[in-house]
Write a protein of this length. Structure first.
Length: 347
């Protein structure tokens, strides 16, 4: 089934067609079946929402190591959705056809790198091998969730896709960086040797509703600390930079990449660079908190700068971020506030 019809279908769906029933055989023809590994995770669950809203069938596979059933709970009972509680490092069997596989399973927070190092290496290496093997068996397209971490602590700034990176393979971050670099190599090898139609997205720091409160990354930490009136922990001198992209922009970039013919990696991120001190101050201000900033040790190999060059995404996909940090951070803070107060926010 031609997956590049996904967008055509979405246009039809958003032009007022009834996507819930999919009664129209024309629409049925364009409906595709998608496997999302890590589908209960932060990004995987937003992708799942999007595909279901477009009228497609989604199989969400997740071992719930860092994903949460809550993220997909809204879809239980939807006949176009199914959930398989499974670890993708084991042999994967799926009944019936598959049109697209998106491999998003992996812990991704630096706080997990020490605790879950071997699991991260396995899901990036064995999990990528298994999902590519499945793509080959099913004749499905494949999209790999890669990362700006492939650039390591970069010596080129901003980072474009031509840069090969500066990674310490034996450092604490090596488990994630090298797993994703291996995953990219494996994806390209399947593309070259087995003619699998593949895509690679290099995801820069992304944030939004459904990040875990205890995830350990800067944005969830700063927000939960600010909301509780606790000290906000900035590592190092706070001069290290990141660029932060809102999750809906990332989902849009991934959709455009899926429908494109670009098989080489594409950066998706918001090219607004800010220091971690600026980020902490902004979050304290937006939450109206009285929290103070405290400085703690910088973790090993923490990249000093990170900023995507998005010329390729602009050129090849016509993609651009639309949600600026002011807006995205406020929406994320609202969602965390609801979480803290026990209200269900499932944006
Ligand atoms: N960071 C921080 N305080 C925290 C958590 C993270 O200052 O409580 C810093 C971290 O050292 C890094 C940046 O914020 O320089 C972004 O860290 P994050 O864990 O969000 O992801 P990374 O971009 O390092 O993968």
């Amino acid at each position: 089934m031609p997956v590049n019809e996904l967008s055509t279908f979405y246009d039809k769906a958003s032009s007022g067609a009834d996507i819930a029933g999919i009664a129209d055989p024309l629409q049925r023809r364009n409906r595709v079946r998608i496997l999302v590994t890590g589908g209960a995770g932060f990004i995987g669950s937003h992708l799942t929402d999007r595909f279901l809203a477009e009228g497609h069938d989604v199989i969400c596979m997740d071992n719930l190591l860092t994903g949460r059933a809550d993220n997909i709970a809204a879809h239980f009972g939807n006949p176009r959705f199914s959930f398989i509680h499974y670890d993708v490092t084991d042999y994967i069997h799926i009944e019936g056809p598959l049109d697209y596989i998106l491999h998003f399973a992996s812990p991704a927070s630096p706080a997990d790198f020490e605790r879950l190092g071997i699991r991260i290496l396995k899901v990036g290496a064995l999990g990528t091998h298994k999902t590519l093997g499945l793509a080959r068996a099913k004749g499905a397209k494949f999209l790999l969730a890669s990362t700006s971490e492939t650039y390591g602590d970069p010596q080129v700034h901003p980072q474009n896709e031509e840069y090969w990176g500066n990674v310490n393979p034996i450092g604490i971050r090596g488990v994630y960086d090298e797993a994703k670099r291996f995953a990219e190599s494996m994806t390209m090898a399947y593309n070259r040797l087995h003619d699998i139609d593949t895509r690679i997205v290099r995801i820069f720091n992304t944030y939004g509703p459904r990040m875990r409160r205890d995830d350990g990354r800067a944005i969830p930490n700063f927000i939960t600390q600010s909301l509780a009136g606790r000290d906000v922990t900035v590592y190092g001198d706070g001069g290290q930079t990141r660029s932060i992209g809102f999750v809906s922009d990332l989902v849009e970039g991934i959709r455009l990449l899926m429908d494109s013919t670009v098989t080489t990696p594409v950066n998706i991120g918001n090219p607004t660079e800010l220091t971690m001190q600026q980020l902490a101050e902004t979050i304290i201000q937006y939450t109206g908190s009285t929290s103070k900033i405290v400085f703690q040790d910088l973790p090993e190999d923490d990249p000093k700068v990170r900023l995507p060059d998005i010329a390729k995404a602009r050129r090849e996909l016509g993609w651009e971020p639309t949600v600026m940090p002011e807006d995205g951070l406020r929406r994320t803070i609202d969602w965390f506030r609801d979480e803290v107060e026990g209200r269900k926010g499932n944006e």
